[in-house]
Design a binder for this molecule. Structure first.
Ligand code: IMP
Ligand code: MG
Length: 176
């Protein structure tokens, strides 16, 4: 059994997403941007963020995962490349969470090969204590401790993505 402990309320998420939208709009004033979102965790975040951005946006989606049953090797498998032609575009890669950083580093490199004019990274959550691959993050919603979180797009074995708030998930019987 799992116990869900509320970590970030929907209201706080909305307020922070609004700030990030403003920041991105200011940084790209007078430009058009492509928001390239990592599936599936980033979809709720980008749906809200895109509506808080005042410059024209295009949406695209990418998908990459660690090899099944081989998480520790750090090998990543691409499931869905970008659909848009990103050459010369101002791209913001949208992530749900940066944990070890491997997925984001992989996606960043993948997009860079498409020769965008600018490539920035925006993540809703950052877990810096678990980082194995260092990278610059341009926009971070919340920095959290080393705990597994669900809700607002984030899953545990495909569950809990549709929760409004973000929760830390604890194994029942875990020391708090
Ligand atoms: P990384 O490659 O280790 O940075 O892993 C990133 C991916 O692992 C994220 O895009 C999530 O899908 C998943 N992930 C890492 N930490 C969490 C978490 O706390 N909750 C839900 N998913 C997570
Ligand atoms: Mg996941």
């Amino acid at each position: 059994m799992h116990k869900l402990v509320k970590l970030i309320e929907a209201k706080r998420i909305a307020a922070r997403v609004e700030e990030l939208g403003r920041e991105i709009s200011d940084d790209f004033r007078g430009e058009q941007i492509a928001l390239v979102t990592a599936l599936k965790g980033g979809v709720f975040f980008v749906a809200d963020l895109a509506r808080r951005i005042s410059v024209p946006v295009e949406l695209d989606f990418v998908s990459a995962h660690s090899y099944e049953g081989d998480r520790s090797s750090g090998k990543i498998r691409l499931e869905k490349p970008p659909s848009l032609n990103l050459k010369g575009k101002k791209v913001v890669l949208i992530e749900d969470i940066i944990d070890t950083g491997r997925t984001c580093a992989f996606l960043r490199e993948l997009i860079a090969k498409h020769e965008p004019d600018i490539l920035k990274v925006c993540t809703l959550l950052d877990k810096p204590s678990r980082r194995l691959v260092t990278m610059a993050l341009d926009y971070v919603g919340f920095t959290i401790d080393d705990q597994f979180v669900v809700g607002y797009g984030l899953d545990y074995m495909e569950k809990y993505r549709n929760l409004d708030d973000i929760y830390a998930i604890e194994q029942e019987g875990d020391a708090a």
